[in-house]
Design a binder for this molecule. Structure first.
Ligand code: F0G
Length: 458
């Protein structure tokens, strides 16, 4: 297995982690109702729950935080962020928000009316829920290849253009207040979207007069995949590629907790001045004044700097290389996953690993619990716990097409020996996978249930 490019940084501050005993792990997961969201972080050895807000900031970002201007309105920090946002994304107006879902909430509040439908390649769960919370319906129109874990299509996050056109014709432009695309496609395996696809999606939306928004959480990783895989982009910088991606859109919403490598923050940008007025009013009601949007001035500085660090080529080579390295170790040991691996995470095919557990008994949840018990590793289920929903018309439960477990890799946090340990743990589990059993809910709320549900082993 070729190793990934060495980390383009050295470690100046360390945070101890420890593996508690197996007995203690058994007690901890029981107490957590077999939901890893309810574990204490100190009881976890390697935390792959998310790559969101878990990255290590650089010395420049920490220095930037000391520069933070905490003025209520018009802070210097806001203007520094504005400069970065305009330079990279190019939208005429933007606001900070406290995180991605806050930006989505504002967007849905001002654009989505009951009965509306919002297409995307695949909405992330919070986007999905924010559209539903306004009475709208999120619709996923990703290409078919996305559902075949073995298919090596280089841009499995692409929108199916024929499906998109058919959907708009069927639904009627008047029922579609905005159209979206998520880069990279987190819910579908962290898969990138090609520039060609972004351009075509924009053309289709615009031919119907539908505003086009990009969910930009992992814009830098997407830009680097375009550089690596799409003809014509090898000689462009990730920054140039990002600029082109956003030049096709009318707006974006973004969690800054991913590719801006900060612990908290979000962004929402648009070109339309009237829409921006509504966004500002809603933001002031929900988040805070337009020049801070629910964040401290120092947070804005960390984002302003992190937006560029996320686009650094040495960083991106190491980042995507580290993910590919872990994928290689699993592949060598016959563990199935979404191929090719995305940028921020490995999506293990739990459905394939645990064929004896039916979807209604949550194979992904079973693997997640086992990873904690075996190695003190926290991963996250992305399958029926997260997505199975009763059909609004028939009431029958609709299951997702894949039962996945995501190993999300925090940015600049774990080393290659951590990757080796993760792979060893999964290999041990895979050797006795036929012994694993399913789970059932003992409690589940209606929206975003995976966060607070409780389970019982079957
Ligand atoms: N959009 C995408 C594509 C995301 O992955 C996320 C968050 C959000 C929006 C919402 O952003 O958390 O800042 O409110 N994803 C995290 C994850 C939670 O673990 O993948 P947020």
């Amino acid at each position: 297995m070729t190793k990934h490019p060495p980390e383009p940084f050295r470690i100046k501050v360390v945070e101890p982690i420890r593996l508690i005993s197996h007995e203690q792990r058994v007690a901890a997961i029981q107490e957590a109702g077999y939901n890893v969201f309810s574990l204490k972080a100190e009881d976890i050895f390697i935390d792959l729950l998310t790559d969101s807000g878990t990255g290590a900031m650089s010395q420049r970002q920490w220095a930037g935080m000391m520069d933070g201007d905490e003025s209520y309105a018009g802070a210097k920090s806001y203007y520094r962020l504005k400069k970065s946002v305009e330079d990279i994304f190019g939208f005429e107006h933007f606001v900070p928000a406290h995180q991605g879902r806050a930006a989505e909430n504002i967007l849905a509040a001002v654009m989505v009316k009951p009965g509306n439908q919002v297409p995307s390649n695949m909405h992330f769960d919070t986007t999905d829920a924010n559209i539903r919370a306004r009475g709208g319906r999120p619709v996923n129109l990703v290409i078919e290849e996305a559902f075949d874990p073995a298919n090596l299509h280089p841009f499995k996050g692409n929108m199916d253009l024929l499906k998109l056109k058919a959907f708009i014709d069927e639904t009627g432009r008047e029922n579609i207040p905005l159209g979206m695309i998520t880069v990279t496609n987190n819910a579908g395996g962290g898969q990138p979207v090609s520039m060609e696809n972004i351009r075509s999606v924009a053309e289709i939306y615009h031919s119907y007069g539908i505003p086009f928004f990009i969910d930009a959480a992992r814009y830098a990783e997407n830009a680097f995949f375009i550089k690596l895989r799409e003809p014509g982009y090898a000689d462009k910088t990730p920054l140039e590629i990002a600029r082109e991606m956003f030049s096709y859109a009318d707006g974006f919403c973004m969690s800054a907790k991913k590719d801006a490598i900060v612990n908290i923050g979000g962004l929402l940008g648009v070109n339309d001045a009237a829409l921006f007025q509504n966004i500002s009013n809603e933001l002031i009601l929900r988040e805070g004044f337009v020049s801070y949007g629910g964040l401290a001035g120092r947070d804005l500085d960390a984002i302003a700097i992190g937006l560029y660090e996320g686009l650094d080529e040495d960083y991106l080579s190491y980042r995507l290389g580290q993910t590919a390295y872990l994928a290689g170790l699993l592949r060598e040991n016959g563990i199935g996953m979404i191929e090719p691996p995305g940028g921020h995470a490995i999506y293990v095919d739990a459905g394939a690993m645990l064929p004896q557990i039916p979807q209604a008994e949550f194979p992904g949840q079973s693997l997640v619990v086992e990873m904690y018990l075996e190695g003190g590793i926290r991963a996250v289920e992305i399958g029926s716990v997260m997505f199975a929903q009763p059909d609004p018309l028939t009431g029958e439960v609709v299951y997702p097409r894949l039962e996945l477990v995501r190993l999300a890799i925090p940015r600049r946090v774990y080393t290659q020996s951590h990757m080796d340990y993760i792979a060893e743990t999964l290999v041990k589990i895979s050797k006795r996978a036929d012994k694993l059993r399913g789970y059932k809910f003992t409690y589940a709320p209606e929206l975003l249930r995976h966060f607070t549900a409780r389970f019982q082993p079957l």
